[in-house]
Design a protein around this ligand. Structure first.
Ligand SMILES: [Zn+2]
Length: 87
């Protein structure tokens, strides 16, 4: 259980990536974190193949963790690249 800390911090800064106030996996129950599904995982990696940090992706800790595991797994079976070389 997380403690609800009241912080009035209006986030007005523009983020380079998708800025979501809530975790999209908590919002959308149908959305599955599946390492075999790169279409979902791609939302959470940069074009260089790096995992987008939670501050930016807006995922909750639980789901971010699942993303991390899924991405790593996907990399191992070559669904996602470790890095994408820019040619
Ligand atoms: Zn979540």
């Amino acid at each position: 259980m997380k403690k609800q800390t009241e912080k009035a911090t209006p986030e007005r800064k523009k983020k380079p990536f998708l800025r979501r106030k809530v975790c999209r996996f908590c919002t959308d129950k149908k959305l599955d974190i599946d390492y075999k599904n790169p279409r979902v995982l791609r939302y959470f990696i940069t074009e260089r193949g790096k995992i987008i940090p939670r501050r930016i992706s807006g995922n909750c800790a639980k789901h971010q963790r699942q993303i991390t595991v899924a991405v790593k797994r996907a990399r191992n079976i070559a669904i996602l690249p470790f890095t994408t070389a820019v040619h």
